[in-house]
Write a protein that binds this ligand. Structure first.
Ligand SMILES: [Zn+2]
Length: 374
């Protein structure tokens, strides 16, 4: 990444770093040596692109156009206008993979629960979530107490250590984990599909069509599975609303995937329509959240998870606005081709939102581990 950062402008240094060397749509005799299989592995300007690759006229240069699959794959290590888009979500995928492995190994499963608070500390950086030491009733009650009293992290540590010792022999239980892991899988699927789409859709119109559908399916999957921990754990003891909300968002998601299959869905002029569809789907989460506050508004876990959900919504909303408005490149076309254009900011905001929701998921687990239905 330091090599990337050193490349600030399209200079000869930049060009030597770019796969294929030259940029711009021109073809010269020196390009002949870079031909393979009838293709030139050079970066081209916006005007030289086929229509299926013309998505943002404010990003003027450094495009890969109709590259062979092998060269497109290898371009993950080269600098072009999709490099940061690829890596933001590829690294995000590995972060979520690590969080999943961490949760699977540190957070107890439904059976055989034992106190593991010190281990769980490795799965989150948020001291509030660290209160959620899983699976022991005594610890859970201490968690509840410190949440209510809003005491400092050091006091929390002390109380939790004491509570863990007291509760080591307590009867334990844990709520089912599948909604939490469904969300993690949804996030990983979204990030991986997005990264793959940015890496390979330059190959051909057909590849672009298929990969964009997978990308839309990934976004839909992330939104739908984000509902699962929220709805399942909030309405654990209310099967009617739990089933209603889970079914509604799943049907909504399936309908969104079906609509995204239409070729017209990726038309550049429908950018706001796409953003609006996904935003509406996400915004429908307000219904179970408000319902949660009406029923459990006095519970600290409900307030805390709602705070995370609002933060997540703010990240996603900012992402949608940036995605639709195409800023900052709109203000200075060509200046953000490699670094800083709207899609890169959108990706960073998606990861921030997804991570925030992961934190909420940990709180939901701890809540329902200590407070199941009777
Ligand atoms: Zn993207």
């Amino acid at each position: 990444m330091s090599d990337f950062a050193a490349v600030a402008s399209p200079t000869s240094t930049t060009e030597s770093f770019l796969l294929g060397g030259s940029k711009g749509g021109g073809s010269t005799g020196s390009d002949v040596g870079k031909r393979c299989c009838g293709h030139k592995h050079e970066l081209v300007g916006y005007e030289a692109l086929p229509d299926f690759l013309k998505h943002n006229e404010f990003v003027l240069d450094y495009y890969r156009s109709e590259w062979p699959i092998k060269q497109a794959l290898l371009s993950v290590f080269a600098l072009h206008n999709e490099t940061i888009n690829i890596w933001t979500h590829l690294l995000g995928f590995f972060v979520f993979l690590a969080l999943t492995v961490c949760a699977a190994t540190m957070v107890p499963m439904e059976t055989g629960v034992a106190s593991s608070g010190s281990h769980l500390a490795n799965c989150t950086s948020d001291p509030t979530v660290l209160m959620a030491y899983y699976g022991t009733n005594g610890t859970a009650m201490a968690v509840q107490a410190v949440l209510r009293r809003n005491v400092s992290a050091s006091v929390v540590d002390t109380e939790l250590a004491a509570a863990a010792a007291l509760s080591s022999s307590a009867a334990t239980h844990a709520v089912t984990r599948w909604p939490f892991y469904a969300y993690l899988c949804g996030a990983m699927f979204c990030l991986l599909m997005s990264s793959g789409c940015h890496l390979l859709s330059c190959h051909s119109e057909h590849a672009c069509y298929v990969l964009l559908r997978l990308d839309y399916a990934g976004i839909t999957g992330l939104i739908v599975t984000s509902f699962y921990p929220l709805v399942y754990y909030t309405f654990l003891c209310d099967p009617f609303h739990r089933t209603l909300y889970l079914a509604a968002i799943t049907v909504f998601g399936a309908a969104a995937v079906a609509v995204s299959m239409l070729p017209v869905f990726e038309a550049p002029q429908l950018r706001w329509a796409r953003a609006a569809l996904f935003a509406c789907m996400a915004a429908s989460g307000l219904v179970p959240i408000v319902h949660k506050l009406l029923v459990f508004g006095a519970r600290p876990e409900a307030v805390l998870t709602t705070g995370y959900e609002l933060a997540m919504g703010a990240f996603y909303l900012a992402g949608v606005v940036v995605y639709g408005a195409r800023v900052p490149e709109r203000w200075m076309p060509g200046k953000f081709d490699l670094f800083g254009h709207s899609h890169q900011l959108f990706h960073a905001l998606v990861i921030a939102g997804a991570y925030t929701h992961y934190q909420a998921g940990l709180v939901y687990l701890s809540w329902r581990d200590m407070d199941m239905c009777l």
